[in-house]
Design a binder for this molecule. Sequence first.
Ligand code: NAP
Length: 643
Amino acid sequence: MTDSDFDLRPLAADPARLRAALDAADPATLMLVLVTLTGDAAWLDRARPHIIGPSSYQETMPEALRAEIRAALFDVLIDFAENPRPLPAIPDGPLLVNMLSTAAGTPVPDDYVAMMQEDLRPAAIDPRGMVWRQLPDPARLAAFHVVIIGAGVSGLCAAIRLQQAGIPFTILEKNPTVGGTWFENRYPGCGVDTPNHFYSYSFEPNHDWSHYFAKRDELWNYLETVADRHDLRRRTRFGTEVAECRFDDASQRWTVTARGPDGDFTLEANAIISAVGILNRPKLPDIPGRESFAGPAIHTGAWDEGFDWRGKRVAMIGTGASGHQAGPAMQPEAARLTIFQRSPHWVVPNPNYFGEVADGKKWVLAHVPHYARWYRFQLFWAFADGLHPALKIDPDWEDPAHSINQQNHRHRLFMERHMRRELGEDSPLLAKVTPDYPPYGKRILIDNDWFKMLQAPNVDLVTDGIDRIVPEGIVTVDGTLWPADAIVFATGFQASKMLAPMRIIGSGGTDIHAVWKPDDATAYLGTTMPGFPNFFMTMGPNTGLAHGGNVIFMTECQVRYILMALRELIEGGHDSLDVRPAVHDAYVAEVDRLHSGMVWSHGGVSNWYRNPAGRVFAVLPYRLVDYWRMTSHFEPADYSFAG
Ligand code: NAP
């Protein structure tokens, strides 16, 4: 959708519809639209004292001011409807900074201007798209071939961009359809805890999300719809698992060996984009007797709808993001739910977590220009960069065991208060569920009625260590047998062996897993590895987000960078590009340096972001705006070119 696609003329025909819809929308976001359309900064001054944060529930404007904003915006929109003319552009410079800061309820630095100028534009401008500088020779372009491994969030994004650039590609997908993690994960209660109006492609907004935080089916349907809209299935070989990618130094091409429905085959490719994700190989715990259990047992990440748990005594091991959703979803129908918690997670309440999106708000998202983009910025700030200062260790902080800086401490107190409110001041559960490490050390969770569930009469929270699994249930180290008819392993994924079990053999026959030893994955910008020419990763090393964030944002940044690399290759008539070892090493050294000052390296924390040697390999130390900037241009000097 572009500015000219906002046809405002129908608004004049049904002003009552517009008025009702504005009533359902967020006043702070409407105010930002009003300033965008009028350039009148006075609205910012009036609203600012009443906006203490970017979330809708952090706006406390007097009702009279809200009504004034709605009325003024109504008049402006009707005027545009009756007197059609181009919409004003997104402001620049100080006015934009003023708007961003007012929207966030806190000063937003100048370095957001470039990114927001891009992100606030209507989507079809394809801000992260790629434009050829000189149109490539059609024959050369037609002979170029990219293999994308995976048709999940990242693979679809890469495919859409390659298609827009006219670069031929094939997607190889092990599942029978698209969707990746949102196809595979189907445990009870499965859903996202990043708000959907942010957790979606910037160029494929969905104004019809039923809830602010959608469940798995709706997310999967969104990805299915996007795949169909871009007609990607015809370029995809489903039921096809890649076993090996091997680079040939003589031809400077890759050979991909895969197994599909008709058996093994190979494909030649000039470049490979791995979009396999890191959270899809379930990790079953190494607990003695696991195989001896008499009843059914399942991992959340490999759920089978036939798994028989209703009316049964269910034992669930693990209380991370998956367990946190599966537990409350199963509790009402389980005869008994016994939860084994090794260490508690920090849990934050969110008033919108269960909220449905009102019809009027959906209408405004779709019809009022700039609303959806400003709303997206507010969510970006609330769930990503606005939290970043809370992740950095202040070396002078007075209570380093429990929190790491002032803001982090405030968040700790806030979450502790929430627990006390939910459980009661004297609840014996409080000691069990309060983490002894700083907030954000493990992935933060949104309260999915977890504490309410813990108080249900059919729930036990067991914090003693597990000694063994026996046919009748689970025995803890104190010798107690916790009887169970079914076991749910919510025990996470084998994240550290990135790209496994695929064999990736680069220049000179080097195996990437040997270079990574195999738990120490590194890559320049999380995307390219020296010695693996024309091999690109999405969601590669140190590109995950643990404090919130939005991996779709990350993927879009990576895909844009990859497209710029391919442009350099194709326009320059080169055969391959290979990141220079010194560039890679300097990047990794800086990532490690930054991580040593961040919460994930805190001595009291265990998390899946670190490898067995303690190095943080999974998550990004930077703000999203930094990563956006680093991936928004391609520096040829960082690479050596062949051919
Ligand atoms: P996870 O965060 O790795 O949690 C695994 C849980 O199992 C932890 O509580 C862990 O305890 C426990 N555990 C592991 N081995 C154990 C053992 N041997 N004995 C006892 N307990 C054991 O895995 P996850 O919950 O599947 O989440 C993984 C990631 O997927 C998340 O961090 C998130 O990025 C993503 N995810 C997102 C959503 C969402 O958006 N809502 C939902 C699901 C997953 P310790 O903490 O003590 O290690």
